[in-house]
Design a protein. Structure first.
Length: 250
């Protein structure tokens, strides 16, 4: 996949063209509006995939400009493997990011490897991508649930909406996120104040997609948040929040 030689964006093969898939987009937006918890996660991914465009490519190039990402790519570091190794996470200190993620994953029945396999099946072009872009795609996919823990947003409709607001200034899936946020506001799944607080919080944090998150798993969660510029959940949302938006342990 990668060698010890740094890989810059200019050395990548041309990006795959991704036109909008209008019929698929409409079908997935309907599912998102209905907000069936069993379908909403796949629909959110499929909506972003159907929108196409160069959002993923822009994110890839931003990540490859990071020294940490260069280093992780050179040694073929797998965030998927790190998050899927529940035994290793369980052996980490209480209060660590890794243990917090383990509790979150077990409570919601998350399996990072199954998630990756599902995303590969739903993607229009994953298997056409070069190995570097596949590495970035997988990393961004499993990173989402870790962001829930870092931000203290639960895997509920309100929590997902809040995480989308945080993710907007982080420039992840920047074609789909504005649509998701507007839908969340119109449906009342998140409060306008919470939207603003989430966006402000994401703007103040460092660019998370470029961070060596697997290396931070053994560290205390509060220290990781401080390092990454993520304010504590209640400090970021001091007033009323949408029901179920914040993790109980946060």
């Amino acid at each position: 996949m990668a060698s010890a030689t740094p890989i810059d964006a200019g050395s990548l093969p041309p990006a795959v063209t991704r036109p909008v898939q209008w019929r698929r987009l409409w079908q997935q937006l309907v599912i998102l509006w209905e907000a069936d918890p069993a379908k909403v996660l796949d629909a959110a991914y499929s909506t972003g995939d159907a929108l196409g465009g160069m959002s993923d490519e822009r994110q890839t190039r931003r990540m490859l400009a990071s020294g940490d990402c260069q280093r992780l790519l050179a040694r073929k570091s797998s965030l998927t493997d790190a998050l899927a190794d529940f035994d290793a996470l369980r052996a980490m200190p209480e209060g660590s990011l890794g243990r917090a993620f383990l509790r979150f994953a077990e409570r919601h029945g998350l399996d990072p490897r199954a998630l990756i396999a599902s995303q590969h099946e739903m993607s229009r072009d994953y298997f056409e991508l070069d190995p570097v872009r596949q590495w970035v795609s997988d990393r961004l996919t499993v990173m989402h649930d870790l962001w829930h823990v870092l931000c203290g947003y639960d895997a509920t409709t309100a929590g997902e909406s809040a995480l989308m607001c945080f993710s907007l200034p982080q420039r992840v899936n920047d074609r789909a996120l504005p649509i998701f946020i507007v839908m969340s506001l119109l449906s009342g799944r998140v409060r306008p104040r919470n939207v603003w607080e989430g966006v402000r919080r994401g703007r103040r944090a460092v660019r998370l997609a470029a961070q060596p998150l697997e290396e931070l798993l053994p560290l205390p969660l509060h220290e990781v948040r401080e390092r990454l510029g993520i304010s504590e959940p209640r400090a970021a949302h001091p007033g009323p929040t949408a029901e179920g938006m914040l993790l109980e342990e946060a």
